[in-house]
Design a protein around this ligand. Structure first.
Ligand code: 5CA
Ligand code: ZN
Length: 412
């Protein structure tokens, strides 16, 4: 699948520190030590509606990681999927009487435009579920050889007990898993399953649904196996980071890890599982199913500067849960204007310590609020309360512009 065009990235005169990121599995900060290119897999969208602020926040977090690694001198191989066939997409297509392929293509294209406008770096490989069906089938065959899948009617399920490490990604107890599973696509009560937590890997053909031929009968891939197959194929084993929003901690990332552990025994799926907090609106998690959405495209259509949206998102630490407010967006519009004014002076307060602080903040679990606070201080010092420019660094603005662009992705 085609990704979106990459913005130009400024090069920095200094190299950033090694990047540490919080790992859900161990509950600790892990310093990543990429061996060759850093390898990132971020779960992509299910394209049945436009990109909302919650999606954008999560992809921005992944973008900060991508940029922090690049600033630290690494090449990055970044893979992202598109769940371009799945229950919610097919349900929406039926409801609005639009062909599901058309709906997926239209919303994926809008997502590309939103990401490009927000200056999110594109993945190296942007991969759809449909185009990955041969990979999925191959992976199910491997699971079958390991005795880890079984049939219920025309569907095929993965036995979670086949993975001795099952539960070690989320660290949820069984009761919590059983509570969350049905809220996120699971079917604990399906008759004929060996364990209520077993998840579907191949869904047999249903009347009116698309299907593809396979050794398991005609059908389509389950959700979790899609990401395992794509990640393993394009990144190999024990890649550096799998990322997504915290609503993917369980069952999605747990099941992905489970499939991978059984398919390639002795190899971890990802070394680190990174999760962004949930963005709420009107008091509830922003979600397509609840309809409490703020769309990136709607703001862009109202002439809001995408860099102001980006700055508003950067003001929150990626791991915190927070609520979107329009007031913060307008505050960011004003902040950006004041930054632009300070940067237009050319000279200013010394830039080097600020650039170092930005790099250190981002390498420390992607602490964008700390990085933007450092920029605020530079702007205040440059403009001065008396309105006179501090001209102690003649090239300050150029250095700041490059750092804002390369690390925070802000074209100011
Ligand atoms: N296609 C699957 C992943 S393989 C999926 O979850 N798609 S999605 O469109 O529902 O979500 C895309 C990404 O946005 C996921 O990482 C999800 O965790 C994240 N996300 C969804 N809602 C929010 C929210 N309110 N706040 C933050 N992140 C969110
Ligand atoms: Zn995924």
């Amino acid at each position: 699948m085609r990704a979106w065009p990459s913005p130009e990235i400024s090069t920095l005169p200094i190299v950033g520190p090694p990047v540490a990121i919080h790992d859900t599995a161990t509950g600790s900060l892990v310093t990543t030590r990429p061996d060759g290119p850093a390898r990132l897999y971020a779960c992509g969208i299910t394209p049945y509606d436009a990109t909302h602020m919650g999606h954008a926040a999560t992809y921005l977090a992944m973008d900060l990681l991508n940029r922090a690694w690049r600033s630290a001198g690494h090449e990055v191989t970044y893979v992202q999927n598109v769940t371009d066939v799945d229950d919610p997409l097919l349900e929406r297509a039926t409801k609005v009487h639009v062909d599901w392929v058309e709906l997926a293509e239209r919303e994926t294209e809008l997502f590309r435009q939103d990401m490009a406008a927000l200056r999110v770096l594109p993945p190296t490989h942007y991969i759809g579920a449909v185009e990955s069906i041969p990979l999925v089938v191959e992976l199910i065959e491997r699971l079958q050889a390991a005795g880890a899948v079984y049939r219920v009617d025309d569907d095929w399920y993965f036995s979670v007990t086949a993975d001795p490490a099952f539960g070690e990604e989320s660290n949820f107890d069984r009761e919590t898993m059983l509570r969350i599973f049905p809220e996120r696509g699971g079917d604990p009560d399906r008759a004929g399953k060996k364990d209520p937590l077993d998840c579907i890997v191949w869904r047999g053909e249903r009347e009116g649904e698309p299907s593809w031929p396979s050794p398991f009968g005609p059908g389509r891939p389950g959700w979790h196996i899609e990401c395992t197959a794509i990640a393993q194929h394009h990144l190999g084993g024990a890649f550096d980071v799998q990322g997504g929003g915290s609503d993917l901690v369980f069952p999605h990332h747990e099941m992905c890890a489970g499939h991978a552990h059984v398919a390639v025994p002795g190899t971890r799926f990802a070394q680190v599982y990174a999760h962004a907090g949930m963005v709420a609106y009107d008091g509830e998690k922003m979600s397509k199913s609840k309809g409490n959405l703020v769309f990136i495209s709607a703001l862009r259509n109202s002439d809001v500067d995408p860099m102001a949206i980006r700055l508003a998102l950067l003001r929150h630490h990626y791991r915190s849960d927070w609520e979107w407010t329009d007031a913060e967006l307008w505050e960011s519009v004003d902040t950006l204007a004041s930054w632009r004014q300070a940067l237009s002076l050319g000279a200013g307060a010394p830039a080097q310590p600020v650039v170092e602080e930005i790099l250190a903040a981002l390498a420390d679990d992607l602490d964008a609020p700390r990085a933007t606070a450092a920029v605020d201080r530079w702007v205040a010092a440059t403009v001065g309360t008396d309105g006179l420019a501090d001209t102690s660094d003649a090239d300050a603005a150029m250095a700041m512009l490059a750092a804002l662009d390369a690390t925070l992705g802000l074209a100011v």
